[in-house]
Unconditional design. Structure first.
Length: 397
């Protein structure tokens, strides 16, 4: 009987120790994943010094980091890319001299916010920045929304002002720390530590340091992880502001074909976004962007818009469906008329196959890797030089 009780006690002790270890480590990682102004500043300073790859937590809110990077880069650039995550694969190398851009695109950045960003850049950086490239996202519904344009501030104070973090009750934090996804993520982190060439150093970096040690990406670029996720994977922003996408999988032709057909289904998010306003972009958004472009032109600047690339054949599948075709054609005709009337160019990369993009150059339906963006801009610059990319909706012949 005593042996049985001793066995149960030992078992419960071991189980409790494991549970407490998981709880402690996940609470530690969870707190650090929220980020702080101090960590944001450290990440920006490191990138300015090394020109390496990094980002500051949290992964879903990169704006403070991007603002600091923009302010450091301003003396050496004359162009900016404003957009959502669909534009984060655009590299500075895709632009001909003397255009030197910084990619300011951020995750889930709606058109209402882009308007505020464009206004701010024109008003405050118009003597330095002479080119603005702005994405217009219909596939995720941003151009159709009804929310009013947002005023923004791209200052150091705006980036480093003390952010109010959610006051999460202790019980909720404990439940989150012991949730299956968090336990799995912790298991993956521990596995990486065990497999590291120096497990003690890897454990210290993962659980106790504010950032990893410096390391190298596969192309030799320096990297440093200030977040507790994606450690050692070279995930983050390059010196030019573009995103590396890390080791994300590329679509296969078969998978891309399935996704393209599924996008045209009445129940798909793309069809629902597209037809939420019957394909009519918010007229206030277009009016505000046109006004900003006119002010920019008066300062010697040029604003160019981009409908980001979609996986090959996706738009063609939408055009096969009567209701979706009506909405998509209305969107394109509205933007074409708006661009011509305001002497603007809208690069229409929706049918990415027109530019030679392949399924393997996409992460999903609407996130293109740099290879596809390079094809789009290569054709645009060539046709612009030849006088074939005037005001209106540009598509290659």
């Amino acid at each position: 009987m005593n042996n049985g009780r001793r066995y149960v006690a030992v078992f419960l002790g071991i189980f409790g120790a494991i549970l407490l270890s998981i709880l402690a480590l996940n609470l530690m990682l969870g707190q650090r994943s929220l980020g702080s102004p101090e960590v944001t500043a450290l990440a920006s300073e490191w990138q300015e010094k090394t020109h390496g790859v990094t980002y500051a937590p949290p992964v879903t809110a990169p704006r403070p980091f991007k603002i600091l990077r923009l302010l450091d880069r301003l003396p050496g650039i004359n162009a900016m890319i404003l957009g959502s995550s669909t534009g984060m694969g655009i590299l500075s190398a895709m632009f001909p001299a003397p255009i030197v851009p910084y990619n300011f695109a951020t995750v889930a950045n709606p058109t209402a916010n882009l308007i505020g960003e464009a206004d701010y850049v024109v008003s405050h950086f118009g003597n330095q920045v002479k080119w603005l490239f702005v994405t217009l996202d219909w596939s995720i519904g941003f151009v159709y929304r009804s929310e009013p344009p947002h005023a923004v501030s791209l200052t150091r104070d705006a980036a480093l002002g003390r952010r109010s973090l959610p006051d999460v009750p202790l019980l909720a934090r404990l439940q989150d720390a012991l949730s299956l996804p968090k336990v799995k993520a912790l298991g993956a982190a521990i596995k990486a530590v065990v497999r590291a060439s120096n497990p003690i150093s890897a454990f210290r970096q993962t659980f106790f340091q504010p950032a990893s040690d410096d390391y190298r990406c596969s192309d030799g670029t320096p990297a440093k992880d200030f977040d507790v996720i994606h450690r050692g994977r070279c995930v983050g922003y390059r010196y030019d502001g573009s995103h590396t996408f890390g080791d994300e999988d590329h679509l296969t032709p078969g998978k891309a074909a399935i996704l393209a057909r599924a996008a045209a289904a009445p129940s798909s998010k793309f069809t629902q976004f597209l037809c939420e306003t019957e394909g009519k972009p918010n007229p206030e958004y277009l009016a505000r962007l046109a006004a900003s472009a006119r002010r920019f032109a008066a300062l010697g600047g040029r604003m160019i818009f981009l409908l980001p690339p979609l996986i090959p054949e996706m738009e063609k599948e939408l055009l096969k469906v009567s209701h979706a075709r009506t909405c998509l054609e209305r969107t394109k005709s509205s933007l074409a008329d708006w661009a011509r009337q305001n002497d603007l160019v809208v690069i229409d990369a929706g049918q990415s196959e027109r530019y030679g993009c392949a399924p393997g150059e996409f992460l999903d339906e609407h996130h293109a890797f740099p290879e596809c963006h390079a094809r789009v801009f290569s054709k645009f610059w060539r046709d612009r030089e030849a006088g074939r990319a005037g005001p209106g909706l540009y598509r290659p012949e």
